[in-house]
Design a protein around this ligand. Structure first.
Ligand SMILES: [Zn+2]
Length: 288
């Protein structure tokens, strides 16, 4: 009986040891699992910490690219230059100069221009105001712009104005004028451009006509005055001496009471100037 008890105790002891061993192994297993989990969590965390900066880098790269493209666009436009000529001057110079390099005809160096029938504003004042506004708008678009004059009290002939555009190697020589006529009924906006078959302007005929058409198209969109479209002229010294594409904008008739008033209206002039600038931009950026 005693022996049996001893055997039982031994068996219980052995079973206990086995159970303890199994338990210990399980604990080890759990420990292993926990360890594995924490390492995999750590790995995940490492992944996440790696992801965050990489996303930032991507955003930075995109921003950098956008900036670069914007800079390229500005640089692209800065390649284009425009010479604006505010027509006339305070005192006309009626000495004569040849109408073109191939012409024997002579014309006054620069006339004093017309005058507003209602506003009494001289043409040379209006042309300078509009030219300066146009310069501002075109510079905002990123183009290089120069004016043949920035004051009314100057003495610069039409040949000299064309030569300034030639020296600048301007992509467009834009002359700003307003019309005058005997009849108060004469009306409208127009863009003058060299005619075909003129030996003086043969080289710039095509480009000038393209620019004129784009300006006319844009102004048509906002027009609240009559539109006379594109008009060909071969008798202007400012055209014939120009070696770069050239247009002359007739803003409207200062001898027409309605148009004279509009040409001194800030909103009208702003809209008109913006439309002219848009036409110039389309010509330079998309068609040159
Ligand atoms: Zn004029």
């Amino acid at each position: 009986m005693k022996r049996l008890l001893v055997i039982l105790v031994v068996i219980v002891a052995i079973v206990s040891v086995i159970l303890l061993l199994i338990d210990a192994q399980d604990d080890q297993g759990i420990l292993n699992k926990v360890e594995k989990q924490t390492t995999s969590e750590k790995a995940n965390k490492v992944d996440e910490t790696e992801k965050e900066p990489s996303e930032e880098i991507v955003i930075e790269e995109v921003e950098e690219k956008v900036k670069q493209e914007e800079n390229e666009e500005v640089e692209e436009k800065a390649k284009f230059s425009i010479m604006i000529d505010p027509g006339h001057q305070a005192k006309g110079n009626y000495d004569l100069e040849p109408v073109g390099p191939n012409s024997t005809e002579q014309k006054p160096k620069v006339a004093s221009g017309t005058q507003g029938v209602v506003t009494n504003k001289p043409e040379y004042e209006l042309t300078l105001e509009v030219s300066q506004l146009l310069q501002e708008v075109l510079e905002e678009k990123g183009f290089e712009v120069q004016l043949t004059r920035t004051k009314n009290e100057v003495d610069v002939s039409n040949i000299e104005r064309a030569q300034m555009a030639n020296e600048m190697e301007a992509d467009l020589f834009l002359r700003i004028h307003a019309d005058g006529a005997e009849s108060a009924a004469a009306e409208g906006f127009s863009v003058l451009t060299p005619g075909q078959g003129n030996p003086d302007t043969e080289k710039v005929y095509e480009a000038s006509l393209t620019a004129a058409e784009f300006i006319v198209d844009e102004v048509k969109e906002i027009a609240t005055i009559h539109q006379n479209g594109v008009i060909f002229r071969d008798d202007l010294s400012g055209f014939n001496w120009s070696e770069v594409p050239v247009n002359l904008i007739e803003l409207g008739f200062m001898t027409n009471p309605e148009e004279d008033k509009k040409l001194s209206d800030d909103t009208y002039i702003t809209n008109l100037t913006n439309a002219i600038a848009d036409g110039v931009e389309v010509y330079l950026v998309e068609n040159k």
